[in-house]
Design a protein around this ligand. Structure first.
Ligand SMILES: [Fe+2]
Ligand SMILES: [Fe+2]
Length: 350
């Protein structure tokens, strides 16, 4: 693990970014704007194929219960920010993120109440979740925390989008409220991406920490909502999730975090190494020296091949310098496409 230290100029940049976010956090969801939900069409009687009543309730409850534990997450983030003297992260977490997240469970509670659930019973389930032990997987530095935040917020954003689509035909009002929460999660994803990108730009060795956090990532629901989170994998396709799209969007997010295809390639190799994946008899770190010696033909080519594999080749093609179309460039492109076919998608997805 890289020792965590930032140049003063980078620390100031992060503090300034948090100043800007604090000054213009966008439109937070106010408690007063959250509406009661009625269910005149009997949503449970017209669920999409494959989704049972229990599944539907479980999907809404998983959203409510993971959203209700704001204080649990906020405590974990602030204590790590203090440990590393990252005032910017503490300020973001306490002044922006926490008040923003406080209202996210309520819409799901209102939807469940609209479907006939008792408020006291839902409150009891939330208190039970808030009292569970949260288990953090991965590292503790601000780079680990912002990487975790970026991935977790992206996946929550995606999850809320699927719920909103599910609700749209029968409970349009509930779908709109869910879409409002989704918008907030998109902002959180972008802010955490920017925090991570600024740190990596200051110290590219942090790419290994980003990779470590990706390799260890687990959604908080695994420890806080253990009776529902394991069902999410089965629910995702039923809700219309396109996992290739998720991989593509995550890869794009990570490319914009690390900046260049060669750093992206290094990050995926490091991630494979943290996961203990072997390529034939070799572990990923055995390739490191060779990759570095090949320069642009090393991690750069691997990074581009992974992007090609996930359907993002247009991102590096845009970066191609003019005049890079000679025989060498053609050979490189052929090798890249061959390499892309060898890369199992699971390297990027699991
Ligand atoms: Fe949220
Ligand atoms: Fe969020």
């Amino acid at each position: 693990m890289t020792a965590y230290a930032l140049p003063e100029a980078t620390r100031l940049r992060l503090e300034t970014l948090v100043d800007q976010i604090e000054a213009a956090p966008g439109r937070l969801i106010e408690m007063a704007e959250i509406e009661d939900i009625t269910d005149p069409n009997g949503v449970l009687q017209s669920l999409p194929d494959g989704i049972s009543e229990d599944d539907f309730i479980g999907i809404l409850k998983l959203a409510m219960l993971t959203e209700c534990a704001t204080d649990v997450y906020a405590y974990e983030i602030t204590s790590r920010a203090r440990q590393y003297d990252a005032g910017w992260l503490e300020r973001f977490n306490e002044n922006v993120w926490k008040p923003d997240e406080y209202t996210h469970a309520e819409p799901f509670k209102r939807i469940l109440m609209g479907l006939g659930f008792d408020e006291a019973e839902l409150d009891r389930e939330m208190v039970e979740t808030q009292q569970r032990e949260f288990e953090h997987y991965g590292g503790d530095t601000p780079v680990h925390v912002s990487t975790f935040g970026m991935i977790q917020e992206y996946l929550t954003d995606h999850w809320h989008g699927l719920i909103s689509n599910l609700l749209k035909p029968t409970l349009p009002q509930a779908a709109r409220m869910t879409a409002r929460i989704k918008q907030r999660e998109t902002m959180h994803t972008v802010w955490y991406r920017d925090f991570t990108a600024i740190q990596v730009e200051a110290n590219p060795a942090f790419i290994n920490d980003v990779a470590m956090q990706l390799a260890h990532f687990k959604l908080p629901g695994n420890s806080l909502v253990p009776h529902l989170q394991p069902h999410a994998e089965r629910w995702l396709p039923l809700m219309g999730a396109d996992m290739n799209r998720v991989v593509r969007e995550l890869s794009r997010l990570l490319l914009s975090t690390v900046g260049t295809p060669d750093r992206f390639g290094k990050m995926v190799f490091d991630m494979a190494d943290w996961k203990g994946v072997a390529f034939g008899p070799l572990k990923p770190h055995h390739f490191d020296l060779a990759m570095r010696r090949f320069g642009d033909w090393g991690y750069g080519l691997v990074g581009e091949a992974i992007l090609e594999r996930t359907g993002l080749d247009y991102l590096y093609k845009r970066l191609d310098a003019p005049g890079s179309h000679g025989p060498v460039a053609r050979a490189r492109a052929t090798l890249r496409t061959w390499l892309a076919k060898q890369i199992p998608l699971s390297l990027v997805t699991s």
